[in-house]
Design a protein around this ligand. Structure first.
Ligand SMILES: CC(C)(COP(=O)(O)OP(=O)(O)OC[C@H]1O[C@@H](n2cnc3c(N)ncnc32)[C@H](O)[C@@H]1OP(=O)(O)O)[C@@H](O)C(=O)NCCC(=O)NCCS
Length: 200
């Protein structure tokens, strides 16, 4: 993670080591992926996208969590045997993986839960981790983009307070349209740095 990001400079550079989350049927932990876990993390996201009907070269991109880890936080949900159940990429504005975020905002991308672990609250826990991290950084908004077909994900985001923002919809390439979602946050940390270019 870049040390000079435009969010709260008083926030710790690293996220907390691990957060335990009690799900109805088990306890998982959520933390930054260790280097030895990055390939499993990427493979989980690939399986999640494949099971959701996605194919093509983009699967290689979502599977390469090791590459993403150079410029973003790779966050994993681990089962009781420390197996990777899910993964999300937490992104700061102005970095390589940022698509929507502007100064003062944060973003997450490529959320995926292993098909065998879906429906147990793992995706929700990973999304809540991102919300907590964005709050801790003093972000005024947390953003993401999603394909129109990803309706289970949209349900999850809307349950957590995200709203579809048509003004954030965009096309990253020919024939691909993405929907933008945003969750407004208090953004009231006193050291939040708002720079030119910040969204009103
Ligand atoms: C979206 C995804 C991450 C959800 O993960 P998950 O661990 O199954 O989700 P959770 O168990 O935490 O469920 C969260 C909510 O979504 C709902 N949900 C989960 N899967 C669903 C499905 N297939 N259809 C409808 N709703 C679903 C749950 O019922 C829950 O809603 P509730 O709180 O109202 O009960 C997972 O389905 C996935 O990896 N999908 C493929 C990749 C993808 O679409 N990523 C999003 C990129 S923007």
């Amino acid at each position: 993670m870049a040390a000079d990001h435009p969010l709260d400079p008083a926030a710790p550079a690293d996220a907390p080591d691990a957060v335990a989350v009690d799900l109805p049927a088990s306890t998982i932990s959520i933390r930054r992926a260790r280097p030895a876990e990055l390939d499993d993390a990427g493979a989980v996201v690939r399986r999640a996208y494949e099971a959701d009907g996605h194919g093509g070269d983009y699967l290689d991109v979502v599977a390469d969590a090791r590459d993403r880890s150079r410029d973003a936080d790779i966050i994993v949900a681990l089962g009781e045997g420390n197996q990777v159940l899910g993964c999300v990429t937490f992104v700061l504005p102005g970095t390589r993986w940022a698509e929507l975020s502007r100064p003062g905002e944060a973003e997450f991308r490529m959320l995926g839960v292993d098909p065998g672990a879906q429906g147990r609250g793992v995706g929700r826990a990973l999304t809540e981790w991102c919300i907590g991290r964005a709050r801790a950084l003093g972000a005024c908004r947390l953003l993401l983009s999603s394909l129109p077909s990803m309706t289970p994900a949209h349900h999850l985001y809307q349950r957590l307070g995200f709203r579809h923002r048509p003004d954030l919809d965009f096309s990253p390439g020919p024939g691909v349209q993405l929907l933008g979602f945003a969750l407004d946050l208090p953004g009231d940390r006193p050291l939040l740095v708002r720079t030119p270019g910040a969204r009103p």
